[in-house]
Design a protein around this ligand. Structure first.
Ligand code: K1U
Ligand code: ZN
Length: 187
């Protein structure tokens, strides 16, 4: 298993629609294992394949110490509303309030190809919607007002220039993996 690099904005691969997984083979399972390791190292509660530069339609999730993978996920029911703060490992240190469905039922395949449904509320529902959005090339900033999105992107661009970061890749440092995140500013 390995921690992979997480790609960050403005990498265009984050905007691509993912491809359905046709065969869940050894390579797919290795990708899933690496994605869990990468998500835990980055202190995330979810991670989608495009965030590690892959085109497979799959995401890993662990909101409440019940890790699972969703392969070819589809939202089959969405109801109610919740507004809450989101961040994204591909847009570090930027946060914003996003309205989502309060409850979703997601149908997906597991790592053995079996079909299952997850009935989720609150943060798990939010996380599933965030991760499935990644598979459609959508990011949480797309839901912000134009003013807030511009402010968020300007802050992100300034931080990147300050870091001299032109690679569009975020390496999870051992310090970052061990420490906690500070939320500087919210949008
Ligand atoms: O896909 C990602 O970028 C991961 C992202 C998912 C997510 C965050 C917030 C709400 C829904 C989905 C993260 O895990 S960022 C880390 C984070 O913001 C967080 C961590 C623990 C609890 C709550 C949020
Ligand atoms: Zn994200």
């Amino acid at each position: 298993m390995a921690v992979r690099s997480i790609i960050t904005l403005p990498d265009k691969r984050l905007r691509l629609k993912s491809e359905p997984v046709k065969a869940i083979d050894k390579e797919t399972r290795a990708l899933i294992d690496d994605m869990f390791e990468t998500m835990y190292a980055a202190k995330g509660i979810g991670l989608a394949a495009p965030q590690v530069g892959r085109t497979e339609r799959l995401s890993v999730i662990d909101v409440d110490e019940h890790p699972f993978v969703v392969i070819n996920p589809e939202i089959v029911l969405a109801e109610g509303k919740q507004k809450g703060e989101e961040g994204c490992l591909s847009i570090p240190d930027i946060y914003g309030d996003v309205e989502r469905a309060m409850r979703v039922v997601v149908r997906a395949q597991d790592r053995n190809g079996g079909s299952f449904e997850v009935d989720a509320n609150d943060l798990l529902a939010r996380c599933l919607q965030h991760e499935i959005d990644h598979l459609h090339g959508r990011l949480f900033i797309d839901y912000l007002s134009l003013v807030k999105r511009r402010a968020a992107l300007a802050k992100w661009e300034k931080a990147r220039q300050k870091d001299g970061d032109r690679s569009h890749v975020r390496k999870v440092t051992p310090q970052e993996a061990a420490g906690s995140h500070r939320r500087d500013e919210e949008f």
